[in-house]
Design a protein around this ligand. Structure first.
Ligand code: ZN
Length: 440
């Protein structure tokens, strides 16, 4: 392990021109091996009339057609169990990690032994980024096993020489117990689970000042960078809260916030990141929100060449105040392109509803967006369901204020349903925010 301000002082503050040179060398290596060893990629390249040597600069990568999750799924069905984009030989395979299947049949992904090492190393970097140090007690409440984040942060915590509590995303009362004894100093989980743990802590009458926890990093779903959500987590647990992001097809924990809280920092020496306008398919300007498209520069087993993530964010290559030069997504992941809700002609994302709901101290942290059909009128209905904390405020006034807040943020007014605290189901994993009853 290295040390000081950066986990990897040669890579993290690297001059952009040097970083881009490194990326280009790695990209050429990756394109060549995919073309030679993967019939899946070779066919796609031929169809597009491209050879690896035609890509002579990073910008020219846009000529390669993006790969979607649906295409990976089709490929695995046609060529089970892993598709023809596995490039590493069988003896190099180390771990199987399917996607969570939240959007259909899970897609299988393989990590080679080399991939496991690289993942552990970049995850250690992303943890160092938000202030984890060797003496920390890491309470790892990311789901273990098939899901990628539990394993990667576990390996990385070992690499950082931390003391790990490998509890996983379960047993909420014991989460609280371990915060007291041995007194974890770092908590890792989804932001919705962090709020749930904070709720239990308060319920047991434990003040955040009574536990040694000092920071947490929260991923698996968006929200940590929504100011009201971050405040709730920070106040509820008495910590600094940071954002975390990764995805099965590309890899876990490929970006985290630094202590400046200035957006997700990417590990650009391992993954080439683009933001693409979903309508024009052109590269976004710095700061413009688009779909993130990612290319593996070092992945051995199942490299992705221009994977269309469907996750929306902007990119900037402006150097962070922390001195790191890798691209950042300020404001984090803003939603999934397929989570976009179109209601009465307005388009919005669940994260915008979250921003409004979390601004009300009278409401709990849970909410749902319920979509249904008004059969009589033949139109869609959209209801934001929230929970009122028992002792706070008058319900009718609260409903009116919430409607007003939602209208300002969404530019359209959904219906509002206020329920008693505890009505909505809590989750230890990814929160389900949209309930779509229109197709039933
Ligand atoms: Zn920074």
């Amino acid at each position: 392990m290295k040390g000081g301000k950066y986990f990897d002082p040669e890579i993290e503050p690297m001059e952009r021109s040097h970083l881009e040179k490194l990326q280009m060398e790695r990209l050429q290596w990756q394109l060549k091996r995919c073309y030679e060893l993967s019939p899946f990629y070779r066919e796609r390249f031929k169809k597009a009339g491209i050879k690896p040597e035609d890509i002579r600069s990073l910008g020219e990568i846009v000529h390669i057609p993006p790969v979607t999750k649906a295409e990976l799924r089709e490929e695995q069905v046609a060529h089970p169990p892993f598709g023809r984009y596995v490039v590493a030989p069988r003896e190099d395979w180390a771990e199987l990690h399917p996607s969570t299947g939240t959007t259909g049949v899970p897609v299988n992904t393989i990590w080679s032994h080399g991939d496991v090492k690289a993942i552990a190393s970049w995850t250690a970097r992303t943890m160092w980024n938000f202030g984890v140090r060797p003496s920390d007690i890491v309470q790892n409440a990311f789901s273990y096993g098939l899901w990628i984040a539990g394993m990667s942060t576990h390996y990385a915590s070992q690499m950082l020489k931390c003391f790990v509590v490998p509890i996983g995303a379960a047993m909420t009362e014991r989460q609280v117990d371990y915060l007291l004894n041995p007194g974890s100093t770092v908590l890792l989980c989804t932001p919705s689970y962090a709020l749930h743990i904070a709720e239990r802590l308060a319920h047991r009458g434990i003040s955040p000042g009574d536990i040694p926890l000092r920071r947490g990093c929260f991923g698996g779903e968006g929200g940590t960078e929504v100011p009201a959500t971050r405040n709730k987590i920070e106040e509820g647990l008495g910590i600094d809260a940071f954002d975390y992001y990764g995805l099965t097809e590309i890899g876990p924990t490929i970006s985290s916030e630094c202590e400046e809280k200035a957006g997700l920092h990417w590990v650009e020496d391992h993954v080439l990141i683009e933001a693409i306008n979903p309508d024009t398919k052109e590269t976004c300007q710095p700061g413009e929100v688009g779909v993130l498209v990612m290319t593996h520069l070092t992945k051995e087993a199942v490299p992705m060449i221009r994977y269309w993530t469907n996750d929306l964010a902007s990119l900037t290559i402006e150097k962070c105040a922390c001195g790191r030069t890798h691209a950042r997504s300020v404001g984090g992941i803003l939603g999934r392109a397929d989570d976009m809700i179109i209601y009465k002609g307005a388009k919005f994302y669940p994260i915008q509803v979250e921003k409004v709901v979390r601004g009300f101290s009278e409401l709990s942290d849970e909410f749902r967006i319920e979509l249904a059909k008004d059969e009589r009128r033949g139109t869609d209905t959209c209801t934001v369901v929230v929970e009122q904390l028992a002792e706070k405020g008058e319900t009718a006034l609260l409903a009116a204020a919430l409607k007003k807040g939602l209208k300002e943020e969404l530019l359209v007014t959904p219906e509002v349903a206020i329920k008693p605290h505890g009505s909505l189901e809590r989750t230890t994993f990814k929160a389900k925010r949209i309930v779509d009853n229109r197709k039933k």
